[in-house]
Design a protein around this ligand. Structure first.
Ligand SMILES: Nc1ncnc2c1ncn2[C@@H]1O[C@H](COP(=O)(O)OP(=O)(O)OP(=O)(O)O)[C@@H](O)[C@H]1O
Ligand SMILES: [Mg+2]
Length: 345
């Protein structure tokens, strides 16, 4: 859903698990940074659908917009990956209008929720790699109920929603420069989970929501080292996957949880490289709070024999050189919000 055409000013809003974040940009590619801001939230309220928690969330968003002195109410909002179903499907080549009809007709058998209760969106990726006669599309669906509740929530704080977009698509837009043809695997390791997206030729070709994130990693450190969560968090972000710090105890405590994640990454790479014969993942780009664990990028690079890069949320944004350090310090947390703000259609 997008009503961006005709809208001049808007901002991207990422309602994450541990914080709500916004980014406002202006101009055309590369857009210039106007402002960014965030407000921490209790992770319990972000996950809850209860009225009381929704009101707390509304209050946090209201505060964020007022602290950041926002001058536009137009907002492009992300949809958390846990709420979106995304799939790539091959379908008969048809004219655009017939394609639309055909997808609607077939959608019920392609998505997990009833079509009547879901909002679907799709984009044409190109020729199917497996069937010459067909085209492939990226299809996503979100329950109407979730979209309607988010709309009500944001309207209640005076915002005007101009578009909804899955978090992982926004993330890919922020992390990968336009025009990169080779496959890039982007990982956003957040608090509750990890978003994975593989892009090729400026489009997402595979997305996965993996239920392992900072919380699970910290919990395994707390349990295996017999320490409290606060201390576990400090240890995880101080020693990470380093085998020669504190005799590798932190590494030992968290590695099986980390490998829940790497197993899913491996499956996604296999799936992608099997479907797109001859294509190899060129680079893995890591971002999100938990990607700051020491030696995590190195561990991934060694595991897969693929170059790993620390993602930069501001990769496709222009800003004054004096702000470089300040912006890089928050980069891990702003990929989704920046990508939402970079939307042009
Ligand atoms: N300097 C830091 N500031 C905030 N969080 C940090 C920092 N260093 C590490 N972390 C970890 O990062 C996690 C938050 O990551 P991130 O901001 O990517 O999550 P999120 O976007 O709120 O969650 P999700 O994407 O799962 O909804 C926290 O759980 C925390 O353990
Ligand atoms: Mg996030």
């Amino acid at each position: 859903m997008s009503l961006l055409s005709g809208v001049s000013a808007f901002f991207g809003l990422d309602i994450g698990t541990t914080a709500v974040r916004l980014v406002e940009l202006r101009g055309s590619y590369p857009k210039t940074l106007v402002k960014y801001a965030f407000i921490p939230i209790d992770s319990k309220i972000a996950m809850s659908d209860s009225k009381a928690d929704q009101q707390k969330l509304a209050q946090a968003i209201r505060e964020l917009c007022s602290q950041a002195r926002m001058t536009t109410e137009n907002v492009a909002v992300g949809i958390p990956s846990g709420r979106v179903f995304t799939t790539v499907v091959d379908i008969d080549r048809l004219s655009p209008s017939e394609l639309s009809r055909s997808i609607n007709y077939q959608a019920d058998s392609l998505i997990p929720t009833p079509l009547a209760e879901s909002k679907i969106d799709w984009s044409l990726l190109g020729d199917s790699p497996t069937d010459k006669a067909k085209a492939e599309i990226l299809l996503s669906s979100v329950p109407n109920k979730f979209v309607e509740e988010r709309l009500d929530l944001l309207e209640s704080v005076g915002l005007n929603v101009i578009s909804f977009e899955p978090d992982n698509l926004a993330l890919a837009r922020a992390m990968v420069a336009p025009g990169v043809a080779t496959p890039q695997l982007v990982l956003d390791i957040g608090s509750k989970g990890t978003d994975l997206v593989i892009t090729m030729n400026d489009a997402a070709h595979l997305t996965r929501a993996i239920p392992t994130g900072a919380e699970a990693i910290i919990r395994s450190a707390a349990q295996n080292l017999n320490i409290d969560d606060k201390q576990a968090e400090q240890f995880v972000f101080k020693f990470g996957l380093s085998k020669d710090k504190v005799e590798g105890q932190v590494y030992q405590a968290i590695i099986s949880t980390i490998d829940l994640l790497t197993t899913e990454i491996e499956k996604s790479i296999k799936f992608f490289e099997t479907r797109y014969q001859g294509q190899k993942i060129d680079r893995i780009i890591v971002t999100g709070g938990a990607s700051a664990m020491p030696e995590f990028p190195l561990y991934i690079a060694n595991k897969f024999g693929i170059n790993v890069e620390i993602g930069n949320a501001w990769h496709n944004v222009s800003f004054g050189a004096a702000r470089q350090n300040e912006l890089l310090a928050v980069s891990n947390h702003f990929g989704v919000a920046a990508g939402l703000a970079e939307r042009t259609e």
